[in-house]
Design a protein around this ligand. Structure first.
Ligand SMILES: [Zn+2]
Length: 181
């Protein structure tokens, strides 16, 4: 398996924000898609199916929570921007299907992050989506102000789990793990 182009995905996400002109959260992901000539469509699907690309349409699972749909849409844009031409049937759950528990521990966030790191294209698209919707510099600034990933989730319009992961990635929260984050 080729190594994932993680840094490339992040750089491309930052470039995408600059091109679009987003300077503060929440990133209007549907407008960003339109900027690149893509339209967002919602379809109800059962279970873990999160979304896919169909021509110039990004399809996301309407039964998933809004905040997760936003992440999925950004993830699909990542596939386009990263030049992933051969796509498999669809992108599976980026987060556990069950509602997250009331308290999310850094261990759970790290575990979830590790789960994402299975396939190169998925890794790259997730890296792109994470940096697009919660760029490290914004995460660090907001964490300095709020010190609370759960409240930050409202500002970023992302799931609490996604923001906990973003805080781990940005180094705001320290956690010793056997996985590389
Ligand atoms: Zn995918």
């Amino acid at each position: 398996m080729d190594a994932a182009r993680v840094r490339f995905a992040r750089t491309l996400a930052k470039k995408t924000l600059r091109e679009f002109g987003a300077t503060a959260p929440p990133v209007p992901v549907e407008a960003v898609l339109r900027f690149y000539g893509l339209t967002l469509t919602r379809e109800a699907h059962e279970g873990a199916w999160s979304g896919s690309l169909r021509g110039d349409r990004v399809v996301v699972n309407a039964t998933h929570p809004q905040m997760r749909q936003r992440f999925t849409a950004a993830h699909e844009l990542g596939h386009v921007r990263l030049g992933h031409l051969v796509m498999e049937g669809g992108c599976l759950a980026l987060e556990p299907t069950a509602e997250p528990p009331k308290q999310i521990t850094p261990a759970q966030a790290a575990e979830a992050l590790f789960e994402d790191r299975m396939r190169v294209q998925e890794i790259e698209a997730n890296e792109f989506a994470a940096e697009l919707l919660a760029p490290r510099t914004w995460v660090k600034t907001l964490y300095r102000d709020l010190r609370d990933p759960d409240r930050m989730a409202d500002v970023f319009q992302l799931s609490r789990q996604a923001v906990w992961i973003a805080c781990l990635r940005a180094g705001c929260i320290k956690y010793r793990t056997r996985f590389r984050i």
